[in-house]
Ligand binder design. Sequence first.
Ligand SMILES: *Cc1c(COP(=O)(O)O)cnc(C)c1O
Ligand SMILES: [Zn+2]
Length: 469
Amino acid sequence: MSSAAFQTAFQQCLNPECRATFDVGQVLTSCPHCGSLLDISYDWNSIPLPRRLSDFQQRWSSRLNPLDYSGVWRFRELLRFAADEQLVTIGEGQTILQRNDRLATACSLQPGGLFLQYEGLNPSGSFKDNGMTAASTHARLVGAQMTACASTGNTSASLAIYAGVTGLFRCIVFVGSGKIAFGKLSQALDYGAMTIQIRGDFDDALARVRQICEKHPIYLCNSVNPFRLEGQKTIMYRVLEGLGWQVPDWIVVPGGNLGNSSAFGKAFLELRQLGLIDRVPRLAVINSAGAATLDEFWNTLGLRWNGGRPDAGVIRDRFERMDRQDERAATLASAIEINRPVNLIKALRALEVCDGVVRSVSDQEIVDCRARIAATGFGCEPASGATLAGVLRLREEGVIASGDRVVCILTGHQLKDPDLTMAYHSGDPALAAKKLHPAGVLNTPFANPPVVVDNDETAIVQALGLDPR
Ligand SMILES: *Cc1c(COP(=O)(O)O)cnc(C)c1O
Ligand SMILES: [Zn+2]
């Protein structure tokens, strides 16, 4: 293990009263002194950085060097916590920023005003691979034999693919019962992860896996793992790259455990500190109305980062009430069906850095917007649909201006949750009654149902609206 890599980075407690630091060789998911979240910090002076961001782009053409080809490790100097020979990659981050003028028009933005960052193209079909490649690198660096995560589905699919492809460690995934989309669960099973399905929801599964990993030699890969967020910073680097290194006006992202939101804020904070950008975009975090803890904290309770000292009483009271009343998250967007976002504090920092806003949107808006995005050829899962719903809302409010340049992060692939897609499009009343109506989705205005026709030429030609010949 090269000690040079160790000296460039360290783990640091987020709490300004503590700020304890720890070697990157330690396995920690919270500060041992005060229990706060940990950040990865860098000694930037010891890292030879490119002078301009565009220097990273050159590497993409060197397809035979796996580190240059990776959309994460191409930017490795900006997350230099391990030496090159320690980095784990399976070709993640080959994702693209797509200009989408049809959706821009739908949002009354100007042509060139709306972009989709399509993270569904990752090896396991969601953005989670950006983080898991970094967590896998750290797991390897500390010699972990066994890794684990709790998941609404995509984290487990991602961890399972890294364990499967690299063979570096075994992997255990904890899922709640019932709520996980079949596309995701089937991946974990297929990639050979040991899958523990507990009776409870995601919040229960996460609490349980944290407890077990603390007592046993199991490496935890949830987004409390600060290394994961380092990998997720690169989504923003690729967005900038896709815009010719110009900073957009808005980044719009669904909020679940708030790992992505937190990582994006950290990415821009660091780029600004390094003088590689001169302004930061605004951040819009979109909750589902059925899992709107951040919305409530930010907009109703007025919780703010406050220099790293957010009002602990407000947070404690809200979570205690949640426990007392056994409030559970409930949304069709299962990837963001989370009531106790573990990265809440870091997300407050991101909202501060990026002059952010938070909104929540209904399941009806989410599934309609998912279908509208898919109809332009970008299949995404329900959680990702929240981004377009958020843009529509913020346009209506005038918070996003018609001339703004907006980037929506499409977090996961359409094929993750085909049951929901079929319930939406098929027009089958039984499917709708089972999947959609309980969530309050009563209309499917963007449905594209199959046309059922007898196997008969005349009938088919008629169904096609053509003249008989
Ligand atoms: C994990 C996930 C989210 C939520 O991201 P957080 O970083 O937990 O806020 C959103 N969409 C998809 C598809 C996901 O897999
Ligand atoms: Zn601390």
